[in-house]
Design a protein around this ligand. Sequence first.
Ligand code: FES
Length: 255
Amino acid sequence: MASGHDFDPKILGFLCNWCCYAGADLAGVSRYQYAPNIRIIRLMCSGRVDPAFVIRAFFNGHDGVFIGGCWLGECHYVTEGNYDAMSMMHLTKKLLKYIGVNPNRLRLEWVSASEGIRFAEVMNSFTDELKSMGHIGESEGQDQHMLKIKLEAAGKMIPYLKLVEREKLRVRFKTEEEYDEYFNSEDVNHVFHELIADKLVMSEILLLMARGALSNGEISEALALSPSDVSKHMGNCLSEGLVRYDPAKKNYVLA
Ligand code: FES
């Protein structure tokens, strides 16, 4: 497994133009030393980062995704997009956790235009953390094929995730601690589990079946699900007309 100091993690960074991007620029101009592992995409606000961007970055083989925004209260837009970025970050981390990807591979930080040294420190710290984790998938014990299926399934859930966020989980607090507490609360975990988790697993199963018919046992083994959980999900897939059961072969095929 590639991990430790011999491993160079690939990081994709989404930086707000007004603060973190300028901070990164200042770090470069000031010649502060930081790990050169990040590839930067400049956005006008951290609130513009869509969960789909994050999932796609991991799907494309990045080991970490970094989002850099203005400090709270300093966003340049009346909508204060950095608060939206916090909600997005929490929900995307939950999605990553559900598909078995270490959520710490996604990091959100505030860096102002004058904080070149802070940008360098944050980059070094994130790079070190990713080095200790190793390549995406490897340290999570997932082979690349299954990892891609899970990330693709997560990507398919994004429109639904955004709908759930808008209808059930939209909040506006003042501090990071309040966001942490809310998104780690029993209530939010319950909503996420009830509305997202089952659909996510069904999506994984359907993507797995795109390669051919599968039995209950094969699905159970591939996705590390109990046979009873597989039966429950296959029952849902059958009732929604997504799969057919072949009693002669005792397996399922896509409808
Ligand atoms: Fe920088 Fe909104 S303008 S986070």
